[in-house]
Design a protein around this ligand. Structure first.
Ligand code: SF4
Ligand code: SF4
Length: 220
């Protein structure tokens, strides 16, 4: 089951991944392509309202790129708590919004220059994500990505992952989780209440006890 699941997820990620080189490379020649970044931002926020951070699973081209390629060369270390601190996440949001806002203000009316600013921001942040992804873990950027942070705040209670009482604490779910979450630690409440869950279902497909799922209702 897990092999088939991984194949299906990889296929979807391969499709969405193509969006990254299209904008990242094409944008330097045709800056208006950079505006596609705004569509990506709206997609992440729009889906978060209904389904939590599901966008980050396979619909985000950059997340797919990290899973498909950077994972192969990552040292796969534990992500330092520093990158999960709200102050760090909010700081990254403020920095990038300030950079984007100032570029829009300076270049207002010059749509090519604004498009190029979007491509530049994508290039710099993706590069930072690659470096951190190799040093630590492939999805580390997803903990500080501004869209991920917005998604985190909008995800509360949306499409929650449930865990049943038959969980035997083997921790396989945590080992396979691309976000390094700990689903098993929520056995007492029955709901994995971590807003950074990207709803990828890797833990669901890997759990030997079939204790995890998005449809399971915990008995009252
Ligand atoms: S993989 Fe399944 S059984 Fe193992 S700790 Fe996670 S939820 Fe529990
Ligand atoms: S907890 Fe499960 S569904 Fe959520 S990100 Fe981790 S592996 Fe994916």
């Amino acid at each position: 089951m897990i092999v088939e699941f991984r194949k299906k997820r990889s296929k979807l990620q391969t499709i969405s991944f193509l969006g990254l080189p299209f904008v990242l490379i094409g944008g330097w020649f045709y800056p208006l392509i950079g505006y596609l970044l705004l569509g990506c931002m709206m997609g992440a926020i729009g889906i978060a309202i209904y389904k939590g951070r599901a966008w980050c699973d396979w619909m985000c081209p950059r997340g797919s790129f990290y899973d498909l390629l950077i994972k192969k060369i990552s040292r796969r270390k534990e992500i330092p708590q520093f990158f999960k601190k709200p102050i760090v996440r909010i700081g990254v949001v403020l920095i990038l919004l300030s950079v984007l806002g100032s570029q829009v203000y300076i270049h207002w009316g010059d749509w090519n220059s604004i498009g190029l600013a979007l491509v530049t921001i994508l290039t710099v942040t993706t590069s930072v994500g690659i470096i951190l992804g190799i040093i630590y873990q492939e999805r580390i950027w997803c903990h500080i990505c501004p869209m991920g942070t917005f998604g985190n705040y909008l995800s509360e209670g949306k499409y929650p992952l449930s865990i049943k009482d038959n969980c035997n604490n083997c921790r396989v779910c945590s080992k396979v989780c691309p976000m390094q979450l700990k689903p098993y630690s929520y056995k007492d409440t029955g709901i994995v209440a971590d807003n950074d869950c990207i709803k990828c279902s890797t833990c669901v497909a890997s759990c030997p006890k079939k204790a995890l799922g998005f449809e399971i209702k915990k008995a009252a």
